[in-house]
Ligand binder design. Structure first.
Ligand code: NAD
Ligand code: DAU
Length: 340
């Protein structure tokens, strides 16, 4: 089986490549990644000499390259995206280009390659943020929840989901979509809540909580997410969407306190700062469809997953220090005022 992975040098994509090559000895993977600020070859260093793995530096908006790679693959798993909400608020052009135009170019390539040499399965990785913000007592998002994206990031992901579904209805393209909640684990870029707070605490810096810290997210260990994608690309029904969640709704203050406790730090490390504009209050996922149809459910408890994740960042300082000391400083300054 030949898999084309887009965005495989990012957080979830790199975890997925490790997961697949460990589980399936006869699978081959081509990883197409533009190496934006979020892409990191270090995440896949152990695979450099693995003959089943090939890295291609390139952009998903490069039509010629995408056509060539899609032709040679059986399954395409599309992770590549601009993924950070705060960056989409500062500047959204790249979100439109990659998340919408890039997905469109991939769909066109799958459409023309499928005509010539059989169907190519296309799996689109999406997010629960396309559904908008839940009230405290509202039922969790499921596959029938109407779309209501509220940030430039989630709007661009919503547009890409609609395109993928339109290509199924119009051209019979063999697609599946998954909408997942917040992931955490190794190789997550330290701009996101959990790795930012853990690495700031190791560095002796404050941890910046937006607003009152009462916003709720559902948290899923990245390995559980990889297992869900594995199930969907092999056994998921063509044309279907699957909501994937961790059964672990937490306020940002609960996350913050859990990190402080694991790291033996005090509440005085917290700095309450100006809220994110348009900050969605609550996300929650009802994953009963994927549980019933594919037998998937999360296995890693938040407590175990968090302890393991904190350990990973403590043991891999070189990985995140090289990110934090580089160009990332410019973004950090723009987002949080001062780097120190
Ligand atoms: P990430 O930002 O860590 O990685 C994105 C990767 O895509 C990087 O390697 C980057 O170099 C690459 N990329 C960006 N633009 C590209 C382009 N034009 N061409 C080729 N490669 C490009 O992202 P992530 O957190 O791993 O998220 C992966 C996917 O999962 C995204 O589609 C995101 O919307 C979705 N998602 C993420 C989460 C989460 O909690 N992180 C949750 C649900 C869904
Ligand atoms: O829900 C899935 C989404 O989860 C994915 O689609 C996105 O790609 C991913 O980035 C993530 O989006 P969030 O905006 O929820 O993640 P982030 O880690 O940026 O923020 C999580 C929560 O923590 C959110 O309520 C904002 C808050 N926060 C975040 C940062 C970076 C803070 O309070 N302080 C911070 O410094």
């Amino acid at each position: 089986m030949k898999l084309l992975i887009t965005g495989g040098c990012g957080f979830i994509g790199s975890n997925f490549i490790h997961y697949i090559l460990k589980k399936y000895s006869n699978y081959e993977i081509v990883n197409l990644d533009a190496l934006t600020y979020a892409g990191n070859l270090e995440n896949l260093k152990e695979l450099e000499n693995d003959s089943r793995y090939e890295f291609i530096k390139g952009d998903i908006t490069d039509e010629k390259l995408v056509n060539k790679l899609v032709k040679k693959s059986d399954i395409i798993v599309h992770f590549a995206a601009e993924s950070h909400v705060d960056r989409s608020i500062l500047s959204s052009g790249d979100f439109i280009k990659t998340n919408i135009n890039g997905t469109h170019i991939l769909l066109e390539a799958v459409k023309s390659a499928s005509r010539r040499n059989g169907n190519k399965r296309f799996h689109h990785i999406s997010t629960d943020e396309v559904f908008g913000s839940l009230k405290p007592k509202s039922p969790a998002f499921n596959e029938n929840t109407p779309y209501d994206p509220r940030s430039p990031y989630s709007a661009s992901k919503a547009a890409s989901d609609h395109l993928v579904r339109a290509y199924f209805h119009t051209y019979d393209l063999p697609i599946t979509i998954s909408n997942c909640s917040n992931n955490y684990g190794r190789y997550q870029f330290p701009e996101k809540l959990i790795p930012l707070f853990v690495t700031n605490l190791i560095e002796g810096k404050k941890i910046p909580v937006y607003g009152d810290g009462g916003n709720i997210r559902d948290w899923l260990h990245v390995e559980d997410h990889c297992r869900a994608i594995d199930e969907i690309i092999h056994n998921g029904k063509i044309g279907e969407t699957y909501c994937v969640g961790g059964n672990s709704e937490k306020t940002n203050m609960e996350i913050t306190r859990a990190i402080l406790k694991i790291m033996g730090k005090k509440n005085r490390e917290i700095e309450y700062i100006k809220d994110r504009p348009g900050h969605d209050r609550r996300y929650a996922i009802d994953f009963s469809k994927i549980k019933k149809e594919l037998g998937w459910e999360p296995k890693i408890s938040f407590e175990d997953g968090m302890r393991e994740t904190v350990e990973w960042y403590k043991n891999n300082k070189k990985w995140w220090r090289s990110i934090k000391s580089g160009k990332y400083q410019e973004y950090y300054k723009e987002q949080y005022g001062s780097p120190e």
